[in-house]
Design a protein around this ligand. Structure first.
Ligand SMILES: Nc1ncnc2c1ncn2[C@@H]1O[C@H](COP(=O)(O)OP(=O)(O)OP(=O)(O)O)[C@@H](O)[C@H]1O
Ligand SMILES: O=c1ccn([C@@H]2O[C@H](COP(=O)(O)O)[C@@H](O)[C@H]2O)c(=O)[nH]1
Ligand SMILES: [Mg+2]
Length: 222
């Protein structure tokens, strides 16, 4: 805005957004915890699965292919998912996002980096035992076509073989925050809260600065 420019600050859209990837197996509680982060810290929640399900319900050209892929617990082609995420980020006024359930594969990750031209600032990993994840998914009752025994088994296999390498990648980069995703929703959120309290302080510093320096957003939570 003019006000910002007068004060010598960088207008909001010219600053890179703060991106958090939220990872974890099926039913680990990603969506549940994202809702709490939205409520407490004002992030915009973009669930890759929800963006894909919207494509099915709006009868888009890729809808049938996406439905088949989700039924099988497989992964939708990277360019399709990344374009949906890109469109959602660009059409938002917010500058801090939770990208939930993406990237699922190393190929997803590289495609995101190529198209968006950036890496996430931090990555959360909800680490939950398999038997607990299966129990949660099978009692979810939201009418999802993939919440059945057979597809859950396939989703768990895909998680282990394709998603864990992505999680290891971000761990090696020092960007990963691992949450022990057992206990009540509130108990789990008490592990999440300090991470976003630190992010909030950092973003405040950044908002007050005149720099568009991305390095300011590389930090360690105490
Ligand atoms: N800590 C918890 N204890 C018990 N049930 C939980 C807990 N957290 C979430 N749930 C429930 O487990 C189910 C799965 O949670 P949620 O949808 O948040 O998982 P998810 O990681 O987003 O799963 P998916 O990858 O399949 O989308 C939901 O019915 C949710 O209400
Ligand atoms: O990046 C993504 C995210 C999701 N999928 C497909 O959607 C389902 C459901 O995802 P949830 O995160 O559990 O809502 C997932 O099993 C994949 O089939 C995808 O292909 N790519
Ligand atoms: Mg979810």
């Amino acid at each position: 805005s003019v006000l910002n420019q007068e004060k010598g600050r960088i207008p909001k859209k010219e600053k890179p957004p703060f991106i958090t990837f939220v990872l974890g197996g099926p039913g680990s509680g990603k969506g549940t915890q994202c809702a709490k982060i939205v409520e407490n810290f004002g992030f915009t929640h973009l669930s890759a699965g929800d963006l894909l399900r919207n494509e099915i319900s709006s009868n888009s050209e890729n809808g049938a292919m996406i439905l088949d892929t989700i039924r099988e617990g497989k992964i939708v082609p990277s360019n399709v998912t990344v374009k949906l995420i890109q469109r959602a980020i660009e059409s938002s006024d917010n500058d801090k996002f939770l990208i939930d359930g993406f990237p699922r594969t190393e190929e997803n990750r590289r495609t995101y980096e190529r198209i968006i031209g950036a890496e996430p600032n931090i990555v959360l990993f909800f680490d939950c035992p398999e038997d607990e994840m299966v129990k949660r998914v099978l009692s979810r009752n939201q009418g999802r076509v993939d919440d059945n025994k057979d597809t859950v088994r396939k989703r768990l296999e895909v998680f282990t073989s394709l998603n864990l390498p992505v999680i290891n990648y971000y761990s090696q980069k020092g960007k990963l925050y691992k949450i022990r995703a057992v206990g009540t929703e509130d108990e789990i959120f008490e592990q999440v809260r300090p991470i976003f309290a630190a992010v909030e302080s950092l973003l405040k510093l950044y908002d007050d600065s005149t720099r568009s320096n991305k390095d300011l957003l590389i930090f360690k939570v105490p």
